[in-house]
Design a binder for this molecule. Structure first.
Ligand code: GLU
Length: 423
């Protein structure tokens, strides 16, 4: 019995992730110490971040950086600005980064950062001061060879630019490789913004192929119209698939004959929301999960597919564009129904893959064009999908790609631990 499981009080995402890791370690018959390494972060830093607000008062925010594991390379993972962040959720998210990087074969470890705040209520200047202060508080544990943050929920290329600038000022040398997901003008990579959605598109195509579903006739429902959902929607439509529904925080639209994706994304660009788009019937976020479709792409936030709605899902394939969109109960129901779930650590790894390309270009002074980036991303995603799919077929009972993905990633991590003399 593991020491860590015994001391946990409540069942949450972190517990569920630890269970998945433990199951994978046991199935692979690896030494239990592999689980011990992976069940706790190597370092968890909590900092107080004082920020002068526009009204002149100082507010002290709480910031975190969780460095989960670096057996494969420097820690890597996004920073989110959110009012509902918990230390357990950050730990789980950092574990997923370690697994994601191992799975897709980029030489990074896993990390995640956060600031507890409500970015929607902050001015641009307040966000800039917060981003710079976060870097000042954590500069000693970050660096292009140590730990490389990136955008996550409510952080973007502009936030990364402020962070790269602040770090470069501290080091007194341009060090743009300290973060990825930057604007092109300061060492960003073409295609990075769309990379997660593009990666989802590639794995959805491979998943369709694997179960003999004619991809260009597939009916697709997407939760989320942002970087991930919106970019994927455009690619699905270009491929000839029928995007029947898209939703966001404001609700969704459904058109059984297929939405005009370009018009919808233009509407979102102009108004900020899907609400008010005339090209379909108005639906709720919950309705989206009941629709008649072949592929469902949850590309918004955590815990969306649960025991309450998983039973109604009609899709044959679920591609987890978001991190952790399916609860363990939801997952069990999908498995019982024989739905092919492409797990988050595989499906959304396109983002960190192009982050890796950005970091390589920063380190070597390269500039790759969009065709090169997209081709390399496609090769990585297709390879990772096929490896995990075949591994799952050979080693797991039934169609449980999550178990397969965890096992595949952990096998790679354990191999590195073994060579490095950690075991
Ligand atoms: N935040 C993204 C993720 O969860 C990207 C991380 C990165 O590029 O380092 O995968």
């Amino acid at each position: 019995m593991s020491k860590v499981l015994e001391v946990c009080e409540s069942d949450n995402t972190l517990m569920a992730t630890r269970r998945l890791i433990k199951n994978a370690v046991e199935r692979l018959e690896l030494p239990p110490v592999v689980y011990d390494y992976l069940s706790v972060p190597m370092r968890f830093v909590e900092v107080a971040i004082p920020v002068e607000m526009d009204n002149g008062a100082t507010e002290v925010f709480t910031g975190y950086r969780c460095q989960h594991n670096n057996v494969l390379g420097p820690y890597k993972g996004g920073i989110r600005y959110h009012h509902e962040v918990t230390t357990d959720s950050i730990k789980a998210l950092s574990m997923w980064m370690t697994l994601k990087c191992a799975l897709v074969g980029v030489p990074f470890g896993g990390a995640k950062g956060a600031v507890v705040c409500d970015p929607l209520k902050m001015s641009v200047k307040e966000k800039e001061r917060l981003s710079r202060a976060y870097i000042r508080a954590l500069a000693s544990v970050l660096g292009p060879e140590t730990d490389i943050p990136a955008p996550d929920v409510f952080t973007d290329a502009q936030v990364m630019a402020w962070m790269a600038d602040e770090y470069s000022k501290i080091k007194q040398v341009p060090s743009f490789g300290v973060v990825t997901g930057k604007p092109l003008a300061v060492g960003g990579c073409v295609g990075r913004k769309e990379a997660t959605g593009r990666g989802c598109f590639y794995v959805a195509r491979e998943a369709a192929r694997a179960i003999n579903l004619p991809f260009n006739q597939a009916r697709i429902a997407i939760q989320g119209s942002g970087n991930v959902g919106g970019s994927a929607a455009r690619l699905f439509a270009e491929e000839g698939c029928t995007v029947v529904a898209i939703s966001d925080i404001s609700g969704g639209v459904y058109n059984p004959n297929g939405l005009d994706v370009s018009a919808l994304l233009e509407h979102v660009q102009k108004t900020g929301f899907i609400k008010g788009f005339a090209g379909g019937e108005t639906i709720t976020n919950q309705d989206l999960f009941n629709l008649d479709c072949d592929i469902l792409l949850p590309a918004a936030i955590e815990n969306q597919i649960t025991c309450d709605n998983a039973g109604n899902i009609k899709a044959k394939i679920v591609v987890e564009g978001a991190n952790g969109p399916t609860t363990p109960d939801g997952d069990r129901i999908l498995k019982e129904k024989g739905v092919l779930v492409v797990p988050d650590i595989l499906a959304n790894s396109g983002g960190v893959t192009v982050s890796y390309f950005e970091w390589v270009q920063n380190n070597y002074g390269f500039r790759w064009d969009l065709a090169t980036v997209n081709k390399r991303l496609e090769d990585k995603m297709v390879e990772a999908f096929r490896l995990v799919y075949c591994f799952t077929e050979d080693n797991c009972d039934g169609l449980d790609m999550r178990t397969g993905a965890y096992m595949f990633a952990i096998q790679r991590l354990a191999e590195a631990m073994e060579y490095r003399g950690w075991l």
